[in-house]
Design a protein around this ligand. Structure first.
Ligand code: ADP
Ligand code: MG
Ligand code: MG
Length: 252
């Protein structure tokens, strides 16, 4: 069984030396979809980028492991080869690199042997059709001039092409209209099986109408303060974070 395990994690921002993640614990087993909700600035994006190995952040204490392997000092491409994938809150725009070439290269980087152009195109056709993405898309540069919704759809396209074991999706639902939200959810649900897990970071529970989570975690002050099922997200939507803080008797 492939498990993401985070124990007593402390993370600081290199540029400011500020500790953002403070004693965070989280376990995501194979086959499960977990959601993290939490107020702005609480460290959700920092956590996701740290799992992927961003050089902007340093682990000062604790461990992250995946499939029994410690990730702390592992390069990002090695983590990708282990089956980790991140869809970023603000996907990067790169002019001069075509979307399709980027995706093909990303697939080759994690595959045991190169994916032939024919196999690549066949799968791309299938996934683009599935996600209702226009053909003109293949010639466009990576995220350049994409609307917010197109960028998020593109992250899901990448995920479905690369087929990771664990996908971290940071605010994949932000700025989406209802049709795009349905497409994104359809992509995540299509990936769901015993060998795929996901960590969805979100502010809203509307995506949870389409993607049913196994576990919902709430993050405040740089750590997971409580976890539950779908009802926790509903409760949050109704009562807000302030009430949860009172209920838990925490001061962050
Ligand atoms: P969230 O995703 O929960 O909204 P973030 O992880 O983006 O929170 O940010 C947590 C805190 O760390 C915020 O105060 C943010 O301003 C700060 N922070 C995150 N990344 C950086 C960075 N690269 N440089 C400076 N400050 C950062
Ligand atoms: Mg934020
Ligand atoms: Mg964020």
């Amino acid at each position: 069984m492939i498990v993401l395990k985070i124990e007593n994690l402390h993370v600081k921002i290199n540029e400011t030396d500020e500790e953002v993640i403070k004693d965070l614990n989280l376990t995501i087993p194979d086959g499960e979809v977990h959601v993290i909700m939490g107020p702005n600035g609480t460290g959700k994006s920092t956590l996701s980028q740290t799992i992927m190995g961003s050089p902007k952040y340093s682990i000062t204490e604790g461990t992250i492991s995946f499939d029994g392997k410690k990730l702390n000092d592992m390069a990002t491409d090695e983590r990708a080869r282990l089956g980790l994938f991140i869809g970023m809150q603000y996907p990067t725009e790169i002019s001069g690199i075509k979307n399709v070439d980027f995706i093909h290269a990303a697939m080759n980087a994690v595959a045991d042997k190169p994916v032939s152009v024919l196999d690549f195109m066949k799968r791309l056709d299938y996934v683009m059709d599935f996600l209702d993405i226009d053909e003109s898309y293949t010639d466009r540069y990576l995220n350049e001039g994409f609307s917010g919704g197109e960028k998020k759809r593109n992250e899901i396209l990448q995920m479905m092409m690369i087929q990771p074991n664990l996908a971290i999706l940071d605010e994949i639902d932000s700025g989406l209209d209802i049709d795009a939200l349905k497409v994104v959810s359809k992509g995540i649900n299509h990936m769901r099986d015993d060998h795929f897990s996901s960590l969805i970071i979100t502010h809203y529970n509307r995506i949870l109408r389409y993607v049913k989570p196994d576990v919902v975690h709430v993050m405040m002050g740089g750590r997971v303060v409580t976890s539950g099922d779908y009802h926790l997200a509903e409760q949050l939507e109704q009562n807000g974070y302030a009430q949860l803080r009172d209920q838990l008797g925490i001061d962050v």
